[in-house]
Design a protein. Structure first.
Length: 253
């Protein structure tokens, strides 16, 4: 199978999974499609992250379709286990359930915990970073060494840095990560959204405002939920900037 044929097959698998997320059998069907392709962790992450997001957006979260016991079943074949793990952990991430991510990983059989793929370890790092746990930074560095330019994995880490409010040099680390390939093109609205938040926290309000305005221009039409997040961030930036200016004027007086 050529690389183009493989990409087409993966797209078909994702489409089959998300065409009707009300059908409770779609996670198993997706696992079957990925098993037939012997999908590696990168391919599985690409498909499962998008599928979990689409299911959540349509009111049929994977969390209501798969049980933790099913996800941690030691008798699953490797690709199915990987598929269910990627789907479930991604859904927990989208709901900001950091403690639940750690709890689920701790329930995995020992061999699975020992040999977690890079994307799953990124989700573990997200759970730690999101709670401002310093060990999350060490795990993030380990993941970065293996992830390369895999965008889905880097997005998970970026999300964790954005969520963690008390991480050592958190905003600066986020800016550094957001400047790595493939994010260095400056065309990803979610990356720009997270950059804007980091710039705001660093007091670089003009840069933050420019980043969030660019993100709003690049956001696909009709993405109401994400647009609301961007509008909220813009309001935070302008308010923080106004307060900073007011305080500066009072000091000068």
């Amino acid at each position: 199978m050529s690389s183009l044929e493989r990409r087409t097959a993966l797209l078909r698998a994702r489409t089959r999974a998300t065409v009707n997320t009300a059908d409770r059998s779609w996670p198993g069907r997706l696992a079957g499609d990925l098993r037939e392709l012997d999908a590696n962790w990168r391919e599985s992450a690409e498909v499962c992250a998008d599928a979990a997001w689409t299911a959540r957006a349509t009111g049929h979260s994977v969390l209501g379709l798969l049980s933790p016991d099913r996800v941690t079943d030691g008798g699953l074949d490797p690709v199915t286990a990987q598929t269910f793990r990627h789907l479930y952990l991604s859904a927990l991430r989208y709901d900001f359930r950091c403690s639940s991510i750690q709890a689920l990983v701790e329930q995995l059989p020992q061999p699975a915990r020992k040999d977690l793929d890079c994307y799953s370890r990124a989700l573990c790092a997200f759970a730690l970073l999101g709670r401002s746990r310093p060990e999350g930074l060490d795990l993030m560095d380990e993941v970065l060494d293996e992830a390369g330019t895999h965008a889905k994995t880097l997005h998970v880490l970026l999300h964790g840095l954005w969520l963690g409010q008390d991480l050592d040099q958190g905003p600066s680390r986020l800016l550094a990560l957001s400047a790595r390939p493939p994010f260095d093109t400056g065309t990803d609205p979610i990356v720009l959204f997270r950059r804007a938040g980091a710039l705001r926290r660093l007091g670089r309000y003009d840069e933050a405002l420019a980043a969030i305005d660019t993100a709003m221009e690049l956001l696909p039409p009709g993405d109401i939920a994400v647009h609301a997040d961007l509008v909220r961030e813009r309001s935070l930036i302008t308010t923080a900037g106004d307060l900073h200016q007011l305080i500066s004027q009072q000091i000068l007086c």
